[in-house]
Design a protein around this ligand. Sequence first.
Ligand SMILES: [Zn+2]
Length: 340
Amino acid sequence: MLQELFKIPQGLLNLNAHELDAALGAPTLLHIRGRREPALFVSVLMHGNETVGWDAVRHQLKPYIEGSAHGLPRSISLFIGNVKAAAAGLRRLPGQLDYNRIWPGSEQTGTAENAMMQQVLDIMARRGVFASVDLHNNTGVNPHYACVNVLDNRFLHLATLFSRTVVYFIRPRGVQSMAMARLCPAVTLECGKVGQLHGVAHAQEYLEACLHLAELPVTPVPGHDIDLFHTVAQVKIPELLSFSVNGNETDLQLSADLDRLNFRELAAGTVLARVGPGCDACLDVRDETGRDVAARFFTVEDAELRFRVPVMPSMLTLDAQVIRQDCLCYLMERYNEHVP
Ligand SMILES: [Zn+2]
């Protein structure tokens, strides 16, 4: 299932994400030799519709490969993930597993996709790896931010090189950055919405900076350089509940500017949705140990679904497919304990 290459196929860097499947035919791990070892590991298209990673990396590589810049400062191992979903412009194909939930450590085990991610991890463990960067877009209005799954100064330096906004989470399991953290400092980067050129430019500059790093400091990141948040819950809309944006026939009626609430510290009582008649609006809300914490965060009053406590949401989206395939949002708290 996994293809491993040691040379960039002719013309590959000119292709758009949806054309990669025709050229590669399979998820591909591509090793590109640079002046310094071990390689920077970069993964793109874990979600097929999130093109920022591929666009950033191909623009970043081009001057080096085409000879207008001197050799690549450090080797890169590039993992191009769900090319089939990318060809269809989808996060994942119907019936496919989510490529960013099946890395070693996942709750889901025993599938061909699990084996492929294990294989990628094994190859990188054998070759050695400097740091790992997994590039994503998201839907909804969010700042650019980095995620870490380990609170370690090297990881926080790698994260703040991208943004002062850093999110620490240990759920969902099976994400790339959690698996790669076994080998090296690892981050997931959220680079804004698909198609935003400044997201691509930001990711490209970041990769360039990473390739020039000699090492990641073990000293603490100064407190004034980082806003660290901790994901405390994931919020899903159960299949049984219908929802719409500003509709009035459904169980949940989400307001059209809901995603404006992302990364805002919200007061208790903030309204998330209107609730249709006869609906208990019982969301599926899980903390990082998988416990049901719906009652801690939500309440229904006057046919409105409200936050019971002050929280900060992230990745709130109105994209129905993302809501069904992933979740409605995450809830976060400020997390300053580990920052000096
Ligand atoms: Zn993604």
